[in-house]
Design a protein around this ligand. Structure first.
Ligand SMILES: Cc1cc2nc3c(=O)[nH]c(=O)nc-3n(C[C@H](O)[C@H](O)[C@H](O)COP(=O)(O)OP(=O)(O)OC[C@H]3O[C@@H](n4cnc5c(N)ncnc54)[C@H](O)[C@@H]3O)c2cc1C
Length: 450
């Protein structure tokens, strides 16, 4: 039985990623009397923002790293906490490379721009609050993004390039596994094709000096009414009697008036709901594909590609590697190339040992940068799919048909349960900015209902 004096917290937030932290910050700003508890399963805060440092202090971002000029909340926090950004790619010179048909090719700009215009025309018609209400939603939710691209009439190889830039590079899942509606929603949510895919003035314009995790840490340090508990995994939620009982892995209970779930929908499925969620809600949560990206870093003694007039950016239409970027950090002599492998190719390459993976990828890097690419000093990877509290990398996406079937229940509160996390954001879905916006939205929702 729950006694009234068991209720110690006004709000219990599950997850200390950017969304949970932004929710706590906003709740504290709105009401100085609230008592908040944040429960985190991992031994650190930050969720999908996670940094590693080499022996000489060089920063490696294993998780979310880029920020763009439209990411207003991120930029506001960076300013508020006196953090600094720098423009990427760090040297901002040299050629971007496009690899197709075993050779480096010039980008056919006219064809590229025509296809981007076509895609942006469609994305502009999406209502970000209700993508399932689009007049073409039934059709677009049924067909894959791959099928849509196949039907696009063009003989140019930019068709393959753009298909890869959107799925899997943006939505982190292969184009035959994502609906046209989800792909268009994702692009629209992230400011259109050019903003979403660009460094220059786009979503990849800046990096945070010292790492994005610092923003999470600074938010946590600034919280006064929130108790943060690490290493406790929420295993069960009971919101039967106008109170929420949160049970953790040691069977200890916490009692609150409202609960914010600030985590990927994929991992919400690991939590047992004592009262059972409504059927549609369970179906919605079961309708997400985990993100399927692998981000790998090669560390060199110097950024040798700059002397060869190469920016370090590569988009490849073949092989395991889809993208390469120069991730060198200011103040470090080392050069870092970060490589992205997506979807089925990621699954395939993970069947090899780490040493074999390194060799396979270095072989591909020589296609772009020559034999100098063989001189990598360190190889660093982090397999997010093995992290049972993340639900994949970068972001979970709705499966085919799910928007139309369950869209109206997306991000809707259920009783005392409120859903945050970047996957519940209409704007900048999938990004750190989206995580913050979702946390702020849910904080307002809780305040209204307290
Ligand atoms: C490799 C990678 C690269 C990325 N690059 C970028 C980028 O450059 N720019 C960008 O803006 N975004 C990027 N992203 C996406 C960005 O990191 C995410 O959108 C954002 O971090 C999501 O924050 P969140 O708070 O919604 O979820 P999360 O960060 O996943 O936070 C959820 C938290 O909940 C905890 N948790 C889960 N289950 C439980 C449980 N049962 N009990 C208690 N706690 C639990 C988790 O441990 C985690 O800390 C990238 C992501 C990855 C993985």
């Amino acid at each position: 039985m729950i006694e009234n004096n068991d209720i110690k917290y006004d709000v219990i937030i599950i997850g200390s990623g950017f969304s949970g932290l932004a929710a706590a910050l906003k709740l504290e700003q709105e009401n100085k009397n609230l008592k908040i508890l944040m429960i985190e399963a991992d031994n650190r805060i930050g969720g999908r923002s996670f940094s590693k440092y080499l022996d000489d202090g060089t920063l490696i971002e294993l998780g979310g790293q880029w920020v763009g000029p439209k990411h207003e909340q991120m930029l506001k926090l960076i300013k508020q906490f006196n953090l600094k950004t720098y423009v990427t790619p760090p040297f901002n010179k040299g050629k971007n490379l496009y690899f197709y048909n075993n050779t480096i090719q010039e980008l056919p700009s006219a064809e590229f721009n025509a296809l981007v215009k076509e895609i942006d025309k469609l994305t502009n018609s999406i209502n970000l609050e209700q993508p399932w209400n689009h007049q073409q939603a039934k059709l677009w939710d049924k067909i894959t993004f791959q099928k849509f691209m196949k039907n696009y009439k063009s003989d140019s190889w930019v068709k393959i390039l753009i298909e890869k830039l959107i799925a899997p590079a943006l939505v982190s899942i292969d184009s035959n596994k994502v609906s046209l509606l989800q792909a268009l929603f994702y692009i629209a949510s992230n400011g259109g094709f050019t903003f979403a895919t660009s460094a220059n003035k786009g979503a990849q314009n800046y990096r945070v000096l010292g790492g994005t995790w610092q923003i999470a840490q600074k938010i946590a340090d600034s919280l006064k009414q929130t108790k943060i508990i690490l290493n406790e995994e929420v295993t069960m939620i009971d919101d039967a009697k106008n109170q929420v009982i949160i049970t953790i892995n040691t069977n200890k209970n916490y009692y609150g008036k409202h609960c914010v779930l600030a985590l990927s929908p994929v991992v919400i499925n690991n939590i047992k709901f004592k009262q059972s969620l409504p059927k549609v809600c369970k179906s919605l949560l079961a309708s997400y594909n985990s993100g399927g990206a692998l981000k790998v870093h090669f560390v060199y003694s110097s950024p040798f590609w700059i002397k060869d007039n190469k920016s370090g950016t590569v988009n490849s239409c073949q092989g395991y590697i889809s993208e390469v970027v120069d991730n060198t950090t200011p103040g470090s002599k080392k050069g870092i190339l970060t490589v992205f492998i997506y979807g089925g190719k990621r699954t395939k390459i993970l069947n090899f040992s780490e040493n074999e993976r390194k060799e396979l990828l270095i072989n591909e890097l020589t296609n772009f940068f020559g034999d100098k690419a063989k001189a990598a000093k360190e190889y660093i990877e982090f397999n997010w799919i093995e992290d049972s509290w993340t639900g994949g990398c970068f972001v979970a996406n709705l499966k085919l048909g799910a928007w139309v079937k369950y869209g109206e229940y997306w991000k809707q509160p259920i009783g005392l349960l409120h859903f945050a996390g970047t996957e519940t954001s209409s704007y900048f879905y999938g990004y750190l900015e989206g995580a913050i916006l979702a946390g702020q939205r849910v904080a307002n929702e809780v305040i209204k209902n307290l």
